[in-house]
Design a protein around this ligand. Structure first.
Ligand code: FES
Length: 121
């Protein structure tokens, strides 16, 4: 594992995700209840970036098909809910999911040294 600095505490907000590059991968960072959290910026549905998705209360919504992930755990809480922002009925969800079932996104534990934040990749 390699420890990589991803940000300083002043750059990270509880209101929005910060997109950073760490060891060649794109990572999203946010502060939730005083804790710094990070997940891969790569939706497990189709591998698309989630940085432009809606972020609220520690949960990011993938802008492509509405899957939701907790930024502190990577846990998937909703899977393929919409297309282009329009909610999908049950059958259409299965079509858009393309046979893939609910999957968590990779998460990273964030460590803090002074004002600097690190993850292990
Ligand atoms: S690419 Fe994220 S839900 Fe489809």
């Amino acid at each position: 594992m390699t420890k990589i600095k991803i940000a300083t505490t002043s750059e990270v907000s509880s209101e929005k995700v910060l997109k950073v590059s760490a060891g060649g991968q794109s990572v999203l960072v946010a502060e939730v209840g005083g804790q710094y959290c990070a997940i891969a910026n790569k939706c497990p549905h189709m591998g698309l970036p989630m940085a432009k998705g809606k972020y609220e209360n520690g949960v990011i919504t993938c802008p492509f098909h509405g899957s939701k992930f907790e930024i502190c755990t990577g846990k998937n809480t909703e899977w393929v809910e919409s297309f282009a922002g329009i909610p999908l009925p049950g059958v259409a969800k299965k079509v858009v999911a393309m046979g893939k079932s609910s999957t968590d996104v990779a998460s990273f534990s964030v460590t803090q040294e002074g004002d600097d934040l690190f993850i292990d990749t």
